[in-house]
Ligand binder design. Structure first.
Ligand SMILES: [Zn+2]
Ligand SMILES: [Zn+2]
Length: 199
């Protein structure tokens, strides 16, 4: 694990929120879609279930998305602004079977504020540990999704399993079309195979 568990969940959740606006179609078209997103990512706390809440969450998206392009100083300023705007006050809490973790907004704060602050707290960890380079855009053709590479060797290239599989299948087909055996051809230099110990 690269970061604390709650930080990693918050980062994945922030990427998922950004991705709802990057698919070409709006993936949060109404309050019902927001309800499903909130349930899927285990958000607790008070909800308004109205258009204003949805609009506030949608307004947060491009601000978080910016972190995937920002350099360190700009990212730090973005995080500071999000924390300041929501008057974030970090507190250790236990709830719903979770052990102690940080909340920096009260449970009755607006959903978009809680999302903003949880993401900002997590990105603060990323920035202060010099790990901003782990923010990536999916390498699969035709996919725009962002993700955070939480692998030990910083090797994650795809937003998810389906993009990885699709890319691997395409690479296999192009190798076969070229008459190359498995494990050679585009995307896999011969040196990586030779580097493995024999037997
Ligand atoms: Zn919590
Ligand atoms: Zn992808």
């Amino acid at each position: 694990m690269i970061f604390a568990h709650d930080t990693e969940v918050a980062l994945a959740s922030a990427a998922a929120l950004v991705n709802t606006g990057r698919a070409g179609t709006e993936e949060l078209p109404g309050t019902g879609a927001l309800d499903r997103f909130v349930a899927a990512w285990g958000w607790t706390g008070s909800r308004a279930h109205d258009q204003a809440e949805l609009d506030a969450v949608r307004r947060l998206r491009p601000r978080l998305e910016r972190l995937w392009q920002a350099g360190e100083d700009e990212a730090a300023e973005l995080v500071n602004t999000l924390l300041r705007e929501a008057s974030a006050l970090p507190q250790l809490v236990k709830h719903d079977g979770w052990d102690y973790h940080l909340h920096a907004t009260p449970p009755d704060a607006p959903l978009a504020d809680r999302m903003a602050v949880e993401a900002a707290m997590a990105f603060a960890d990323v920035i202060r540990s010099g790990q901003l380079g782990r923010l990536r855009v999916c390498a699969a053709t035709g996919c725009d999704h962002v993700h955070i590479d939480l692998s030990k060797n910083r090797s994650r290239r795809f937003c998810g399993v389906s993009c990885a599989n699709r890319t691997n299948v395409a690479a296999y087909r192009s190798r076969r079309a070229l008459g190359l055996p498995r494990g050679t051809g585009p995307g896999r230099p011969a040196s990586t195979r030779a580097a493995r110990p024999a037997g």
